[in-house]
Design a protein around this ligand. Structure first.
Ligand code: G4P
Length: 193
């Protein structure tokens, strides 16, 4: 997605070979017009997949997932990262380890929000190791849904997540597949159009 790549090059910052800072438009301050275009693009890419629900992981996936659900005309469900006291019954959980943040959390869903037969599009801001996506897919399947697609706003394809998910048979689309990074250097793969 050219608009997104341009934004990343102009406003993103590669801190090193691993970490891309995008907090001025994606995961701290949010460019809502860009999010709208991102939602439109995911809706276009997955228009024939029969999607009945968009699912994301709090917190930075919420903005792109909301816009995607809006453009697809389906509900959006947020997987929580902890079990709150009021989330008592019918809860499905799985542990996810974040390599970037070096912590684990309990990905959590109230089961009734994904029904048997739901065809789910899982949207997240970053795809890195793939742990969050595998955790999300695990929960969706246990709730009775089918993972019909996975969409990453940005994928760091030099890290293993993209390959792991595709090897597992998932259809994965990235709007900005990064092939290489270094301090102040960001390069994209050109196979996403
Ligand atoms: P994985 O989910 O693909 O396995 O990746 P990983 O554990 O490495 O990433 C976990 C968290 O780190 C995610 O945020 C993800 O968005 C974020 N992250 C990964 N790589 C980058 C990066 O290059 N730049 C930035 N800015 N973030 C990155 P999270 O813990 O889910 O936090 P939230 O922002 O969604 O609340």
């Amino acid at each position: 997605m050219e608009l997104l790549k341009k934004k990343i090059l102009e406003n993103g910052k590669a801190l090193n070979s691993e970490v891309l800072l995008v907090d001025s438009f994606l995961n701290h301050q949010v460019d809502v017009e860009l999010m709208n275009e991102i939602g439109k693009e995911f809706a276009r890419l997955f228009k024939d997949a029969g999607i009945t629900k968009v699912v994301t992981i709090e917190s930075s996936g919420i903005a792109p997932a909301t816009m995607t659900a809006l453009h697809m005309g389906v509900p959006m469900v947020i997987l929580k990262k902890s079990k709150s006291a009021i989330l008592s019954e019918d809860v499905i959980q799985t542990e996810v380890f974040s390599f970037t943040k070096r912590t684990s959390y309990q990905l959590t869903l109230k089961g009734k929000f994904i029904e048997k037969g739901d065809k789910v599009l899982l949207i997240d801001d970053f795809l890195a190791q793939g742990e969050a996506a595998f955790g999300g897919a695990n929960i969706i399947k246990r709730a009775g849904g089918e993972v019909a697609g996975i969409g990453a706003v940005i994928s760091k394809n030099f890290q293993p997540g993209m390959k792991r998910l595709r090897d597992a048979g998932y259809r994965v689309e990235s709007l900005a597949p990064v092939s290489h990074m270094d301090e102040n250097v960001i390069e994209f793969e050109d196979d996403d159009e």
